[in-house]
Design a protein around this ligand. Structure first.
Ligand code: EPU
Length: 430
């Protein structure tokens, strides 16, 4: 099984290019089948989750061409099945976006119940409530979510919680409903806006994405488009945090600094310098880190997907920090692994109380999920000695060439598979 071998202790320095946003790419891929015409998508991240979705699209008859590594050409004109139920899609969250997309276009869809990182309950009641409000009959049978409508009719939908997935899913279906829909208490994340922009570029009529009220006038058909996905806020934030954790100096390029404001604010608070330019952000961590308090919140608050990474930084800061996770109830599982590296963190319910230590030491650790896995890699990069990080398949779900990008910043990190590889790595880095 592949693992990362990491020799920590040196500051990461240099430039890194950020790819397209995974959590925008996944619904955009699903939405691209809502027209029979050809759709050209640029800045597509080449990560495991997007590739699972591309395979699922091929399984139902969508033609996919990868013009370049980050450019895909999609044509959904010959779809022969409205059942999305492959082995791959069972394991990811975003499979549920085929419900909104296929229900919108064909008024019918059957999609396997979604998987995804094990970070909490992850209900889908708001998705189903939205589809039902639009006139669909929705049932869960034999592990499939089945949705069907004679016709979809615009409706007023109030989301009980701010949900990225439910907002996007219902927006997709409503884009092809008859009449007008309003989604209240909509999620405001940049990827929600990106999907709305993508649908509008296909001829949809969606206004207000990025605010908590989205208004949609349904249209009968959508047409082909060319579209470039926004940069990944969380990949960018992870590299910003890598500078803080390793006392480095990293310029994160090809980003939208506005999307990073909550992360930038916290980095400034803990003693880093942050310089913003049009499409890049430089983080310099030349002073000792200071403690702070953080609560994860929907956008524009501090993102839950950046919670493990900042916890790794705060565990090296002077004083006591408090991190409260308010989105997912089970997102501190990585703390046990971090403790093996010397961190002093006590978790009580959805709160972590962190007493800073001077340094981490290398250990064999395991990624419990995507973002926590990336955070543990950052810890290993700061640690004295060699660490082995396994279950990196989680990290590969959402970070393209993670170890290569880190190596470009001076990290000593290799993909290893055998005891011999590990011995070689230890020798090389001793
Ligand atoms: N929720 C409900 N009912 C619903 C939907 C959500 O109660 O019908 C609750 C959830 O249980 C959670 C909260 O609402 O407590 C927010 O969930 P949301 O629906 O926003 O999350 P998601 O769509 O399942 C996406 C990302 C996650 C990211 C969250 C929050 C994708 C594929 N996943 O999940 O990304 O953490 O939004 O921003 O877009 C990741 O990339 O590592 C990741 C986990």
């Amino acid at each position: 099984m592949e693992q990362y071998a990491i020799k920590g202790g040196n500051p990461l320095v240099g430039d890194v290019e950020i790819g397209g946003a995974k959590n925008a790419a996944l619904p955009i891929l699903a939405a691209s089948v809502m027209t029979d015409e050809t759709v050209y998508i640029d800045n597509m991240p080449d990560v495991r989750d997007t590739n699972v979705v591309l395979n699922a699209m091929q399984d139902i008859g969508v033609s996919i061409k990868r013009a370049e590594r980050h450019k895909v050409v999609v044509n959904g004109g010959n779809i022969h099945s409205l059942v999305v139920n492959g082995e791959g899609v069972k394991k990811i969250r975003a499979s549920y976006y085929f419900l909104g997309a296929l229900l919108g276009k064909y008024k019918q869809a059957e999609v396997v119940l979604p998987g995804g990182c094990d970070i909490g309950m992850r209900a889908i009641d708001q998705h189903l409530k939205g589809f039902r409000a639009l006139g669909a009959e929705v049932n869960i049978e034999y592990g499939l979510i089945k949705a069907k409508a004679e016709k979809l009719v615009g409706s007023h939908i109030y989301m009980d919680v701010s949900s990225v997935g439910a907002t996007i899913n219902v927006m997709m279906a409503a884009a092809m409903a008859e009449g007008s829909s309003t989604i209240e208490n909509a999620a405001k994340e940049p990827h929600v806006v990106d999907v709305a922009n993508f649908l509008n570029s296909m001829g949809a009529n969606i206004k207000g994405a990025g605010t908590d009220v989205i208004r949609i006038k349904g249209v009968p058909v959508l047409h082909g488009t060319e579209y470039t996905i926004i940069p990944d806020q969380i990949e960018a934030g992870t590299f910003m945090m890598a500078a803080a954790v390793t006392k480095g100096d990293i310029t994160v390029k090809n980003v939208i600094p506005k999307h990073l404001e909550s992360i930038t604010a916290k980095l400034l608070e803990i003693g880093c310098e942050v310089e913003e330019a049009d499409d890049c952000v430089r983080v310099v961590a030349s002073k000792p880190l200071k403690s702070t308090q953080i609560k994860t919140l929907p956008y524009p608050g501090y993102p839950t997907d950046m919670q493990p990474q900042i916890t790794v930084a705060l565990a090296l800061a002077s004083g006591t920090s408090i991190v409260t996770e308010s989105i997912f109830e089970n997102r501190f599982k990585y703390v046990d692994e971090l403790t093996k590296m010397g961190a002093n963190i006590k978790v009580e319910g959805n709160t972590a109380i962190i007493t800073g230590v001077d340094n981490y030491t290398g250990a064999s650790i395991s990624s419990p999920d995507l973002r926590a896995g990336a955070a543990l890699v950052l810890a290993a990069l700061a640690a004295e000695g060699v660490s082995l990080v396994d279950e990196i398949k989680y990290i590969e779900r959402g970070y393209e060439d993670f170890h290569l990008k880190l190596r470009g910043l001076g990290a000593q990190i290799d993909l290893v598979e055998t005891e011999k590889d590990i011995r070689k790595f230890r020798l090389k880095t001793s």
